[in-house]
Design a protein around this ligand. Structure first.
Ligand SMILES: [Zn+2]
Ligand SMILES: [Zn+2]
Length: 358
């Protein structure tokens, strides 16, 4: 086993060299080398040496080298072309060859592909299928059942759990789509969410604080922090107070029949019952603008948008009214906490000590 390359560039070199020598070295050795280099790249990514924004370029470079080993099917076969020789791949090497695609998929899912055109995504899918066909041809894999058997179903644990099963399902969908142009690619992640441990949902976001990768449901409302790190801001409110605010908030939501999915006009109706008159104006600031109205009522101006921001602003107006009505001092963090309860953000759950690390 070669020593672990300590830079993304060294990983690329290793992949390039292995690909250039594949005919001399044979596919078993090549697959092991490529898989090792991609595993190193994965670890470098986890340690922040390979940044998500640099991942797309890394994958491009790896793919163009690997195309030598697994070329796309020729569009037209010319008689002058040399006959393509299929090199053998031992059944015992199928898993490492497959893991190369698993790692490519994992890297793709943490990479910053926002700026990438769809064509790149498509190229990546076609390449993954070419690589899979190369494995099948060389190891004489007859079908998906046998491929699954050779790869196995257990997860690969490599600073984060990687799902071979999710990768197999994705590769199978890509192969079918290539044939029928119709099969949808399932929205599966090969990378477990750092909080819920699920593989559903391809989008993974890195938490700026703990550097873990999370599914979009396990992110806090700020979206650059996982819910666990986000929730710690509320530890500044004593647990008893949080509990009291939580049950008061839930009682109000129940009384007004509101929840996180209620449309804004319904929240505005609830606010009216509580003495806050909402009016919509485009010149209002994003968080809304509050002024005193007549007979102790409050006027609240907000933009007319069915957005999360506006929803939070409306719930915040409800919170201020509630705390003022109770004669309590209005503390910004308590307002925020009230809003989290309204929005169904699982703050308390996130503040509990983790049951098990994943
Ligand atoms: Zn999750
Ligand atoms: Zn975090």
């Amino acid at each position: 086993m070669a020593p672990m390359p300590d830079t993304p560039a060294a990983c690329k070199t290793r992949i390039r060299e292995a690909s250039a020598q594949f005919q001399a070295q044979g596919l078993d050795k090549t697959a092991a080398e490529v898989e090792g280099a991609l595993a190193s790249a994965w670890l470098l990514q986890r340690r922040g040496v390979l940044a998500p924004r640099d991942v797309p370029d890394f994958i491009d470079a790896a793919r163009s080298a690997l195309k030598k080993v697994a070329p796309p099917p020729p569009k037209k076969v010319k008689f002058s072309d040399p006959i393509r020789k299929v090199l053998p791949l031992a059944e015992a090497s199928v898993r490492s060859a497959f893991d190369a695609s698993l790692l490519l998929l994992a890297l793709t899912q943490v990479g910053d592909f926002i700026e990438e055109p769809d064509k790149k995504r498509r190229d990546q899918e076609l390449f993954l299928d070419d690589w899979r066909r190369m494995i099948w041809e060389s190891a004489r894999v007859p079908d998906w059942a046998r491929f699954r058997q050779l790869v196995g179903r257990e997860e690969r644990v490599l600073e984060g759990r990687l799902s071979r099963d999710a990768a197999l399902q994705t590769l199978e969908a890509i192969a079918r789509r290539r044939a029928d142009n119709l099969t949808p690619i399932p929205d599966l992640s090969v990378l477990a969410c750092g909080r819920c441990g699920q593989f559903r949902g391809r989008d993974r976001v890195k938490c700026a604080q703990c550097a873990g990768t999370f599914c979009t449901r396990c992110l806090g409302p700020a979206a650059d922090q996982c819910i666990n790190d986000y929730a710690t801001r509320y530890t500044a409110i004593p647990a008893d107070d949080r509990q009291r605010i939580g049950s008061e908030t839930r009682a109000i939501l129940k009384e007004l029949r509101l929840d996180a999915h209620t449309r804004n006009d319904a929240i505005a109706r609830g606010l009216k019952e509580k003495g806050v008159d909402v009016s919509y104006t485009e010149s209002a600031p994003l968080e809304g603008h509050e002024t005193d109205g007549e007979q102790g009522r409050t006027k609240f101006q907000i933009r007319d948008r069915e957005s999360g921001g506006v929803k939070r602003a409306l719930f915040a107006a409800l919170a201020r009214r509630h705390f003022r009505g109770a004669g309590a001092e209005v503390k910004p963090l308590e307002i925020d906490y009230f809003v989290e309860v309204c929005m169904g953000v699982p703050v308390e759950e996130a503040l509990k000590p983790p049951a098990q690390a994943s």
